[in-house]
Ligand binder design. Sequence first.
Ligand code: FE
Length: 212
Amino acid sequence: MTTPESPLAPTDPAPIAPLRDFVVAFGRLLDERPVEARILTDGAPLLAELVSRDNWLPAAYAAPHPTYYQQYLLHADSTERFSIVSFVWGPGQKTPVHDHTVWGLIGMLQGAEYNQPYVLDDEGRPRPSGDPDRLEPGAVAAVSPTIGDLHRVSNAFDDRVSISIHVYGANIGGVHRHTYPEDGPPKPFVSGYSNTTLPNLWDRSKDGRRSA
Ligand code: FE
């Protein structure tokens, strides 16, 4: 049981304010109906600001699983223009090679991860494209069918948890996508989410606002 005084208590709305501010700012960016390139260039600094501090993510959405990396939905836009997900990587955990089919931004919150881009060879098999990027806290990377949509993400550490915050141009947990095995055809998948409840972004009772 947490107390109201605890700065990271899930029931305390104040620490979540950076995520609410990000949701509002990102929604305003999309209200301008920008092309994808501008979403990525103008959205990246918004995400960089969000992941510049790691004290706002409630513990329930930062919890690792001993076997599987976790993907917790933090917010879905009301018309599903974008979704925000915390990815929690246990020691040594990694994704298969996969696509997204929509634009995505990856912001590193805690720890570090490797982001290895892939391309398909003439036989449709995934091959690494260049060296992996090592993302440190505060760093932001992008994916999309336009700029390169296939990658594998790995926790850079085999002895601690890493957490990244991802933003996608759809309700990503319901998008029909693919993984790309080394020696077989692409496999369809729909990721879903690891959680069934969302953080409450909208309790403004501690904002210090006065009622009219
Ligand atoms: Fe991905």
